[in-house]
Design a protein around this ligand. Structure first.
Ligand code: TXA
Ligand code: MG
Length: 343
């Protein structure tokens, strides 16, 4: 199959791919999505095949505005509309009770469905022209880092899907925040561009799912099925360093061996001269780190790097999302250093 590249101005033509049961990767403000008509079971099945995604991992439905919620969801709490007013279009997915019209293949048989209105003009134009809810996971091969540029999508999906709309680099860089509104108190299932602190401003109490912070044990079920899989993982094993940046950098410098690579804050690049180094932004700018973290992880897959050491921000604000993705890439192999750079 020849994968056609669409420009954002070609939203109407690109939407025809979706309406005809095809697969179209498209830009959102978080990461690129791999879309299909969410009411077309056969089209949705092709998403799972193209990604190599396990069947028990449900997909998010993308809609152009909150007005579409009642078509696909039942028992919508007032909190959902309060969140939509504040954060949509934007990097927030809400888990709500689904209506029977949403196919089982989308929800992996769950009685809930994830709903999101993306904050990217090309994505919104596409959704309006498509006139159907668009089921879309991140447009990476399952297990690989999520794509934040059209070139990443081509790497994984060229020849496997009908089209890719190239909308440039993603502004947020990590996937949407997922909040489950079917439980009380509401529960954060995945941290993202809308922070836990912001969710609490609107919702009051919000619990964070344990899968955000640690590996799930045998027999434990995270509420977002996708959180149990090894994720975002480059080929080389990753070790994450937590603690004061200067101490973390010193620790890495002392333990670096031939063949290792480093993901670090910009300030520390000179310390690692001679080693493959991917800077992800200044230590004090976790929003920039979010934009660059997946590209950094993906970069090392094209190299012979044997081990990756990664500096990591504090888990506040969007730093929680960056640290969650790095920790998951590392299989939660995290070393915390004290002020002296000792573990
Ligand atoms: O930013 C994003 O959310 C991107 C863009 C393309 O919109 N999409 C995305 O989709 O990250 P995906 O499929 O890569 O991640 C969706 C996550 C998975 O962990 C999945 O298990 C969880 O959402 N999820 C989907 N539906 C769910 C449901 N009904 N209940 C609990 N978790 C759900
Ligand atoms: Mg994904």
């Amino acid at each position: 199959m020849n994968t056609r590249i669409f420009r954002p101005q070609e939203a109407e033509e690109a939407a025809a791919v979706l309406r005809n049961g095809g697969l179209l990767a498209f830009p959102t403000e978080t990461v690129y999505g791999l879309g299909a008509d969410g009411l077309n079971e056969g089209a949705v099945r092709r998403i799972f095949a193209a990604k190599g995604r396990p069947q028990d991992n449900p997909l998010i439905l993308h809609i152009p505005d909150a007005g579409a919620l009642p078509q696909y969801c039942a028992h919508i709490p007032a909190a959902a509309y309060a969140l939509a007013r504040r954060f949509w279009p934007g990097p927030l997915t809400m888990i709500l009770p689904r209506r029977p019209l949403v196919p089982d293949v989308v929800t992996a048989g769950l009685d809930t469905v994830g709903m999101r209105c993306p904050g990217h003009p090309a994505a919104l134009a596409l959704l309006r022209y498509a006139g159907v809810p668009v089921a879309a996971p991140s447009a990476n091969t399952s297990g690989r880092p999520s794509p934040t540029a059209a070139a990443h999508v081509l790497e994984d999906m060229d020849g496997r899907i009908e089209g890719i709309m190239d909308g440039g680099a993603c502004a947020v860089g990590v996937e949407s925040t997922i909040v489950d509104l079917t439980v009380s108190p509401p529960r954060l299932l995945r941290p993202g561009g809308v922070t836990l602190e912001e969710l609490r401003e609107t919702l009051g109490e919000v619990e964070a799912d344990p899968a955000v912070f640690r590996l799930m044990g045998e027999g434990e079920q995270p509420r977002a099925p996708g959180m149990k899989y090894r994720h975002y993982a480059p080929r080389a094993p990753v070790t994450v360093l937590r603690g004061a940046p200067a101490a973390a950098a010193r620790y890495i410098r002392r333990h670096l061996a031939a063949g290792d690579g480093v993901i670090c804050f910009n300030e520390f690049v000179p310390l690692f001269e001679g080693w493959p180094t991917e800077p992800i932004g200044p230590a004090g700018d976790p929003a920039e780190q979010a934009r660059r973290v997946f590209d950094a992880l993906r970069y090392f897959d094209g190299t012979e790097t044997a081990r990756i050491w990664a500096m990591c921000p504090d888990p506040d604000g969007i730093g929680l999302a960056v640290s969650n993705r790095l920790n998951k890439a590392a299989g939660f192999h995290v070393i915390t250093v004290d002020g002296e750079g000792e573990a």
